[in-house]
Design a binder for this molecule. Structure first.
Ligand code: AMP
Ligand code: MG
Length: 416
């Protein structure tokens, strides 16, 4: 199909960071939103910005268990305790000539200008309060509105709602929010050899692990899954499956069949129904990754991510490349890739012409972080990936040398 995007088809391998950028810019946020209860909002993306409706804290309150008093009334004779203010009490007035027993979170009575923590108080035989050490005006008082005043912005639109943001909304008494509609993602695996876990396995058959993995990776994203299942290596079947995916989904994710062998029917099928934006990324594992679309163009059609069949290549392709596209479709700005230098605890020859993403664990036993291989590094070997804390990102044409530092990308940044 001639889509006018021939100029974006790159010969050779696309650099990892280039590819990430292209994935992020390919994303079009889904339109439409809905109101959901805060308890249903985990992982959803805010449709509208949220501002504080009230001051937080709502009143001046005590940061400590102790005594609220007027500093000017402190004398060597001490102060009698004439009031008791537990958390949940209303705002009281502190009568002159005495102090209030107060507890953390309780409203500071009007008139008091400091709270002295109980650890700094000596009570004499008559129960009068003597303060040990200095105390400045305002000490241990959390001021009304010191965190946020009514009207101040709390959360920007397109924030992904996780524990702290949800708690922030709850702390402002907000019980319902407007979130973006979930992204409809069609998911399929391709391969004549694939069978579902739980079935008996005949020689030559392979359990479909990619679909289970991708479902798990997407479980905490704001998506609605359209599970198309396993599709055989047959051009007609593949075309029918992709047509259904195109009609039902905002984003299509498939794995397998995207290399250049004669049993790899994915690229020709995409080209029949749309086009390829780029195919082939300079990473190991993960090289045969493709971004394409079904329809007239990337903008007017449905984006399609074709992940490699080998499970670890599929995992890497998802985490480093597909996720930023899905985040963009959810309305989020994909966060920059976190990486920082970590020394290698091993030596290893690197591939030529591609960056390598080694699955590593971080060992702190020497007091500083050292990356060690998490296990066998074959792109079909999920064991190491299942143990790894993250990836050692090694530049192209570079051999890893023990004690030298390389980029480390924690796996945690890719979600749970
Ligand atoms: P392909 O990209 O289709 O040539 O597949 C490359 C390798 O990945 C082959 O060994 C496939 O059997 C394996 N593979 C492809 N798809 C899956 C899948 N969904 N789950 C597990 N392994 C797969
Ligand atoms: Mg295959």
């Amino acid at each position: 199909m001639n889509c006018g995007c021939a100029e974006v088809i790159t010969p050779g391998l696309v650099d990892l960071f280039d590819a990430r950028e292209r994935m992020a810019t390919a994303a079009r946020p889904v339109a439409g939103g809905e109101r959901v209860a805060l308890e249903e909002a985990e992982g959803r993306v805010l449709g509208d910005a949220v501002a504080a409706a009230l001051d937080l804290p709502g009143v001046d309150n005590s940061a400590m268990d102790g005594y609220a008093l007027r500093l000017a009334e402190l004398t060597p004779r001490g102060l009698p305790v004439i009031q008791r203010v537990p958390a949940g009490a209303g705002v009281m007035h502190l009568p002159e000539g005495g102090c209030a027993r107060i507890f953390t979170g309780a409203p500071v009575p009007i008139g008091a200008d400091a709270v002295v923590p109980q650890e700094k108080v000596r009570l004499d035989a008559e129960g009068r309060v003597h303060v040990e050490g200095g105390l400045s005006p305002g000490a241990n008082i959390r001021r009304q509105g010191e965190e946020s005043r009514a009207g101040t912005p709390l959360l920007a639109s397109n924030t992904r709602l996780e524990a702290a943001a949800i708690a922030l909304l709850a702390s402002h008494g907000i019980a319902e929010v407007t979130v973006r509609r979930r992204v409809r993602v069609a998911l399929l695996s391709t391969g004549d050899e694939l069978i579902e876990p739980g079935q008996p396995r005949a020689p030559g058959q392979v359990f479909d692990s990619n679909r289970a993995m991708l479902k798990s990776l997407m479980a905490h994203q704001s998506i609605e899954l359209i599970d198309i299942g396993v599709v055989l290596d047959d051009p007609h079947e593949l075309q029918r499956a992709l047509e259904r995916a195109r009609d039902e989904a905002d984003l299509v994710v498939c794995s397998g069949g995207v290399s250049v062998g004669e049993e790899d029917h994915v690229r020709p099928a995409i080209e029949r129904l749309g086009g390829i934006v780029f195919h082939g990324v300079g990473i190991k594992p993960g090289k045969p990754f493709a971004l394409g679309f079904l329809g007239e163009s990337l903008d007017a059609g449905t984006p399609l991510v074709a992940l490699p069949g080998n499970p670890v290549a599929s995992l890497v392709g998802w985490q480093f490349l597909a996720l930023p596209l899905l985040q963009g479709c959810q309305g989020m700005t994909p966060p920059p890739l976190q990486r920082f230098p970590v020394k290698a605890g091993f030596s290893r020859r690197g591939p030529r012409g591609r960056r390598e993403l080694l699955r590593v664990v971080i060992d702190w036993s020497s007091g500083t972080p050292v990356a060690q291989l998490a296990g066998g590094q074959g792109s079909h070997m999920l064991s190491a990936a299942s143990q790894a804390h993250g990836y050692l990102l090694v530049d192209a044409d570079t051999d890893v040398e023990e004690h030298h530092a390389y980029g480390y990308c924690p796996a945690a940044q890719f979600g749970r």
